[in-house]
Design a protein around this ligand. Sequence first.
Ligand code: NAD
Ligand code: TDX
Length: 333
Amino acid sequence: MKLLVTGGAGFIGSNFVRLILNKYPDYEVINLDALTYAGNLDNLKDVEKNENYRFVHGDIRDEDVVDKVMKGVDAVVNFAAESHVDRSIGGPADFIQTDVYGTFVLLEAARQHGVGRYLQISTDEVYGSIKEGSFVETDRLEPSSPYSASKAGGDMQVMAYHTTYGLPTIITRSSNNFGPYQYPEKIIPLFITNLVEGKKVPLYGDGLNVRDWVYVTDNCEGLDAVLHKGEVGEIYNIGGGNERSNIFITNKILEMLGKGEDMIEPVADRLGHDFRYSIDCSKANALGWTPAHNFEDAIKETVDWYLNNEWWWKKIKSGEFEAYYKSQYDKKA
Ligand code: NAD
Ligand code: TDX
């Protein structure tokens, strides 16, 4: 099987590329990535010499590049996206460009080349917030942020390409991922690395917002199950079954690093901040997939990874990242 993975130099994409190359030694993987601030070839250092792996530096919005890499491809897995909610609030344009228009360019090329399967990596955020219960795949989309609205726009096009042209598409909507190689702007790696650097952790609002956490390799196993066993035209939720408030996550990280609550810096709430995400994953479970990690072990593995891999995150945090987050610290509640 020849796989085109887009956005494979990011957090989840790189974990997925690694999983596929290790699990299926006869698969060929092409990784098309624009290397935005979030794309990092350090994420794939251990597989870059694998003869079944090829990196192509290019943008999913570029029709010519996409047309070239799509030749002879059996399946496309699209991770490429602008992925950070706070950045989307600061400036939505790139999100619309990549998450909506970029998805269209990929779908159109997949249609022209008769690709056998197109997997769109989406998010539980497209459903919006839910006070009680959990979303199923047929629930209406009610995105709150420019990020989730752009992802919903991508999903809608994927569904239309299936209905109109019969493109064999599948969508996955996963909950919050955590684990190795996550860019230190998302809450878990940001808080771990800040504390290691002796900095405080900026907790938004009252810290009571709830997210469902899935360990990244569990999500990647779920994506593998959907890619090989999922039904075309369908949508699959992939969650960890670990709903935790932000204050719980914060206290857990503080405790693991031997720090006190004085290291919490309360800051103004995120605009349009969704209170709770929750998804029902019975459909993915019916494919034989369930998460292998429990939250306690996975968060420990994650903290240990950041402690043991300062080479990876220190260079990221010393660059433009710092200037960006300075503005967040200045927003004290
Ligand atoms: P990430 O920001 O770490 O990585 C995104 C990757 O896409 C980067 O390598 C970047 O260089 C690349 N990219 C961005 N724009 C591109 C473009 N125009 N052309 C080519 N490449 C481009 O994101 P992530 O956390 O790994 O998320 C991957 C996917 O999973 C995204 O689609 C995101 O919406 C979705 N998702 C993420 C989470 C999560 O918790 N991180 C949860 C659910 C869904
Ligand atoms: O500094 C922070 N302080 C804080 O309190 C940051 C960065 C976040 N938060 C809160 C906001 C959220 O309630 O923590 C929660 C998690 O925030 P993020 O790590 O930014 O993730 P989230 O907004 O939930 O979105 C993530 O999960 C779904 C990914 O970034 C998305 O790409 C994915 O679709």
